[in-house]
Design a protein around this ligand. Sequence first.
Ligand code: ADP
Length: 257
Amino acid sequence: LHTRSTPLRGVGETRLGTLIVFNDVTRMRRLENMRRDFAANASHEMRTPLTCIKGAVETILLEKEALLENHGRFYTIIEKNVDRMSQLIEDLLELSRIEQQQLGSLPLNPSSVDAVVESSLVLLAGNAASKEVAIDVSGDTGVQAFFDPMLLERAVVNLLDNAIKYSPAKSTVTVAVEKIAHRVEIRVSDQGCGISAEHIPRLFERFYRVDSARSRKLGGTGLGLAIVKHVMHLLQGDVLLESTPDKGSTFTLVLKG
Ligand code: ADP
């Protein structure tokens, strides 16, 4: 809180009292801290893959004379880290594109929820197959809700991608659609590691992860849920989470139906 006080004087310099101005700077300071944290986190996230790439290139240059096949694993390191950087930049751009959209500026027309679920499943079929994770679709069919299909697909894809990533091999991920009065819910459930209660309040923040090493190893940028949160805000809906450690999680997208 910033306070400023000025003496209040009447005619002939008689002192009438003191004017005190309280200025609540908590919100401004919080925004400033968030901006600073974001710049620091984003730089840190980019520095790590760059350091790996530089290390691999230096090794190749030092060992110029070595047989070409010895260089194979360094090229793999370079490729993996270039992919990681690209994904991070893609996600950062996506997040800033979504953030720049004004709330209410997006036309939210009645659209088919089934079509978005279908197209999201197509995009993740490969990931699911390589982990032998089955994806079950259940619930209401033929449901319409108010949303922008591209944006909703992004949210569903991010949730499905996480559900597959944080699940054990050969488990099942479920996508359930339900229309409840003027609301449509899309629930993505997994039988994975779950999330303990203390992490839940911060989980949708950019770069917040329960286990950073695990997330990075699985190819995560730490931005997926922040994107989901922003998308659902733009769609004038919401995202909810219920989770039990070691049992699994259910993320629910709520839309206007
Ligand atoms: P990431 O790219 O790290 O997956 P996200 O923003 O998508 O970033 O998710 C943030 C963190 O939330 C993840 O690092 C992970 O710890 C946790 N998380 C997200 N989805 C799940 C899930 N289905 N099961 C368990 N943990 C999850």
